[in-house]
Ligand binder design. Sequence first.
Ligand code: SF4
Length: 367
Amino acid sequence: MTKPLRHVLGISGGKDSAALAIYLRHKHPELQLEYYFCDTGKELPETYTLISNLENYLGQKITRLEAAEESPENSFDHFVKVYGGYLPSSSARWCTKKLKLEPFEKFVGNEPVVSYVGIRGDEDREGYISRKTNIQSIFPFRRNIWSEDVVQKVLQADGLVRLRELYEELSEPAQQARVVTLAETPLSRSFTQTQKLNALLDADTRLFNKVVFQMLRDTGYPLSQAEDFSLLNNDDNLIRADIFKLLRESGVGVPAYYEKITFEVDGLQGEYARSRSGCFFCFFQQKIEWVWLYEQHPDLFQRALAYERDGYTWMEESLSDLIKPARLRQIKLDAIKKQSKAKGPSSMFLLDILDDEEEVGCASCFI
Ligand code: SF4
């Protein structure tokens, strides 16, 4: 017997996944979503507040997934011992694999699952695509809700005949000639996959979704089991400002670590905050964010510092060096310089300096 299709949404503690939960509850209440949160045990307190606010808003529990549930220690401490004190880094990111991806894959098991991911319409990244074929990612904030592998499948050469047939079958008479011509045009150097995708989306996003959905019928993708899918009618494209609006208007609120705090050096003013969720010691954070942690969460900074031993550090510079007064001052002055450049007429957010970095890092941890 075919197993029922599950719909899951991972809450990272960041703004985008929280906003996605709000958005889908409001726009697609028919989806029976299961929410989960991979708890490393090392999140910022603001993250736990956000999760609790979200549970109140949704009226539903967010399942906590712990990677080392059998261990007396929390997940991160358990694995840092397993790795002999070797701290994770951007080039050796065992933390994401062990603390986020593996618990998620265990949570979904082998049942067909649609996983909703909060990558926005103004971002150029793909997010996590599971290698497990029973997990299909969908991106409701983007005009293109489909993952890269699905788009490839639909637009590749051997799908061309079927693509044309479906466009002929599903399009309205007034648009048929134009969309069928687009559909049957093969990919080439002057008509790349991205160009073809955008042309089909520009022509009619909902029609493209219907065609893709039909093409998936003959595949093993989880959505091939669905009779219908309400997101086929989705042609929204949400950007960063929409996310903040959703959070504020819902009452869930923007995670407090995003709130900028003013600091002063030599009579000059700057601002700092944390640009994303994740572990308080995350090695993806910028120097000025470490300074924010040092000054705003001194206890957590000391805990981060305590992991630095036996030659292992969170970045090329040790935390004990980073907090030397001259170095602290320099980091703040560098941040002020960057911020004053960014506050040009095109900048909508004072925190653009930090926000510009948000595409760096890990979709599982920060979305
Ligand atoms: S937030 Fe950073 S340190 Fe924590 S699991 Fe993710 S990548 Fe690793």
